[in-house]
Design a binder for this molecule. Structure first.
Ligand code: LLP
Length: 458
C-alpha cells in the first residue's frame, strides 16, 4: 500500500467551484458535469478523427453516441461542437430532436427498433438508419415509401474481431445479439439494393466498448473493407461510406492513465489502415464515420456523495486476505455513501473500477484501505471496490468519484425507491441544473391506486 493518496490537500474544485458549495446548493448525491471539459474533449476527438481522415484524402463524421449520457443540453453541446448524434431508441431520438439537432445529422441504431420508431425516424428525416437484421430492411423500406422518401441506410455487420473488454461490452463476435455476419453482407446488401426507397451508404461495425488495444479497431476496418469491392460491384458504384463505431476506452483510475489509448493515435492508425486497405482491395477510400460516447463525456463527470456511516472489518485471517491486493492492510474500512448502484450500476454490472477522494477538506491521516459502498439492499452495491482514503474519513465528509460522466446517469435506476440525483453542468465557473433530480413524490406518483383490485384503468 502506498501513502500516495493518504495525504490530501484542500478542497476539491470542479470547474472552479468548490465541491461543497455544489452539494450545499444542489444536494447530495450529485452528478456534476464539467461542460467546458466535455466540449473541449468533443472538439479534440472530432478534430483528430477528421484531421486524419483528411490527411488520407477523405472525410469523417463524428457521431456522439448519446446512450453514454443524453439530455437536451448535452445534445445541444455536441451539435454546437460539430458532432452528429447517434441514438438507439425513440426516446433518445426525441431528446435529440427536442434539442434542435438537425435530423439529417442523426444516426438511428438498435437491434429491435419498433415499427413505430422506424416510422417516426423516417418521417423526422433522420439521416441514417442502421439495419441490424434482415427483417428491418423491409420495415424501413415500407416506412420510406409511406413517407415518400428515399432513406439512407447502413448495414451493421460483425467483423468477427474479439475485442478484449468485459464480455457484456464486446459486440463483434458472432455469438451476441447485434449485427449480421460479414459473410452474409453481400446477400443482405443485395436485398437492400432491391428496394428503391432505400439508399445503401455502407457498412457499420462496432466491435465493443471500453477498448484499450487499438489492433482490434484496425483489424475490423480491414475486414470490412475486404468486402467493399464486391459490394460496390453489386451496387454498380463504389460504396461511399464506412462507419467504424465507437468504443475508445478511457482511464477510470490513475493506474489506467498510461494504458488508455490516445485519440490522436487511434485516429492516425485508423486513417492509415483504411487508406492502405482501400489500396490493397482496389477501391476508393470511403468517407468515414465514428461513434464515440464514453471517450467524449466520461471524464467530464464527477459524482459527489456524502458519507453516512463507516465500519471496519479486520482482514487478518479473513477470506479477504486471500486477495493479494488486500495483503498488507490490517483492515478494510467500509464507507457508506448516500447513493450507490442506483446512480452508478457499473461496478455491479461490469466489475468497473473507480477512484475516490475526500472532497471537502484536507487530511494528514495515514491512508486506509476503503471500499465505498452505497445505501441499497445488496452487498454488490459497491461504488468503489478498492482504493485508499485518509484513515480519518468520517460521516459528513463529501466524497468525489471521478469519471462518472458516461453510462452512470444513463444506466441509473430508482432501486429501493431512491430518487435519481440531479445533473449539474458547470460552464465558465457557473453551475446550473441540466437534468432535474427526482423526488420521492415523483416516484410515488407512479403507483396507481385503484382501490378495487377488479378495476384496472379508469
Ligand atoms: N456505437 C454503437 C453501435 C454502440 O453500441 C455503442 C455502445 C457506441 C457506439 C458507443 O460506445 P462507447 O464509445 O461509449 O464505448 N453500459 C456500458 C457500455 C455499453 C456500450 C453500448 N454501446 C458501460 O457502462 O460500460
Amino acid at each position: 500500500p502506498s501513502a500516495r493518496r493518504g495525504r490530501q490537500c484542500g478542497e476539491l474544485k470542479i470547474g472552479d467551484l468548490r465541491a461543497t458549495a455544489l452539494t450545499e446548493s444542489f444536494g447530495s448525491p450529485l452528478y456534476v458535469v464539467d461542460e467546458d471539459a466535455a466540449r473541449a474533449t468533443a472538439r479534440v476527438i472530432r478534430e483528430a478523427l477528421q484531421g486524419e481522415a483528411r490527411r488520407v484524402g477523405t472525410e469523417a463524421t463524428v457521431y456522439y453516441a448519446s446512450k453514454a449520457f443524453l439530455c437536451v443540453e448535452v445534445a445541444r453541446w455536441m451539435a454546437e461542437e460539430g458532432l452528429a448524434i447517434d441514438v438507439a431508441s425513440g426516446g433518445e431520438l426525441a431528446v435529440a430532436l427536442a434539442a434542435g439537432v438537425d435530423p439529417a445529422r442523426i444516426g438511428f441504431h438498435g437491434n429491435n427498433k419498433s415499427v413505430a420508431e422506424i416510422e417516426r425516424a423516417v418521417r423526422a428525416g433522420v439521416g441514417t438508419l442502421i439495419i441490424d437484421s434482415e427483417v428491418e430492411t423491409g420495415r424501413i423500406a415500407a416506412a420510406a415509401s409511406a413517407a415518400g422518401v428515399r432513406q439512407r441506410v447502413r448495414l451493421r455487420v460483425n467483423s468477427g474481431v474479439h475485442a478484449s473488454t468485459h464480455a457484456y461490452l464486446a459486440t463483434s463476435h458472432e455469438d451476441q445479439k447485434f449485427g449480421q455476419p460479414l459473410g452474409e453482407a453481400a446477400r443482405l446488401v443485395g436485398d437492400i439494393l432491391a428496394h428503391e426507397t432505400l439508399e445503401f451508404v455502407g457498412l457499420h461495425c462496432h466491435i465493443g466498448s471500453q477498448i484499450f488495444a487499438t489492433d482490434g479497431f484496425r483489424e475490423s476496418a480491414r475486414r470490412l473493407l475486404s468486402v467493399y469491392r464486391e459490394l460496390g460491384e453489386l451496387a454498380g458504384s463504389p460504396i461511399p461510406e464506412l462507419n467504424l463505431g465507437g468504443g475508445f476506452g478511457i482511464a477510470y483510475t490513475s493506474a489506467e492513465a498510461d494504458e488508455a489509448p490516445q485519440i490522436a493515435e487511434i485516429a492516425r492508425e485508423l486513417a492509415d489502415i483504411v487508406a492502405s486497405s482501400a489500396e490493397e482491395f482496389g477501391i476508393p477510400i470511403p468517407k468515414l464515420a465514428f461513434e464515440p460516447g464514453r471517450a467524449v463525456i466520461g471524464q467530464a463527470g464527477v459524482t459527489l456523495y456524502t458519507v453516512g456511516t463507516t465500519k471496519t472489518v479486520q482482514l487478518a485471517g479473513s477470506d479477504a486476505a486471500e486477495d493479494p491486493a488486500d495483503r498488507g492492510y490490517p483492515e478494510r474500512l467500509y464507507v457508506s455513501v448516500d447513493g450507490g448502484m442506483s446512480d452508478n450500476p457499473r461496478p455491479a454490472l461490469y466489475g468497473a473500477d473507480y477512484q475516490v477522494r475526500i472532497a471537502n477538506r484536507s487530511s494528514e491521516a495515514d491512508p486506509a484501505l476503503v471500499r465505498v459502498v452505497g445505501k441499497h439492499c445488496e452487498s454488490g452495491d459497491i461504488v468503489v471496490d478498492r482504493d485508499e482514503l485518509p484513515g480519518d474519513v468520517r460521516p459528513g465528509d463529501t466524497l468525489a468519484v471521478a469519471a462518472t460522466g458516461a453510462y452512470c446517469w444513463s444506466l441509473s435506476s430508482t432501486y429501493n425507491y431512491v430518487p435519481r440525483p440531479p445533473v449539474v453542468a458547470i460552464r465558465g465557473g457557473v453551475a446550473r441544473v441540466i437534468v432535474r433530480g427526482q423526488t420521492e413524490e415523483d416516484l410515488l406518483a407512479q403507483s396507481v391506486v385503484t382501490g378495487d383490485a377488479r378495476t384496472n384503468g379508469d
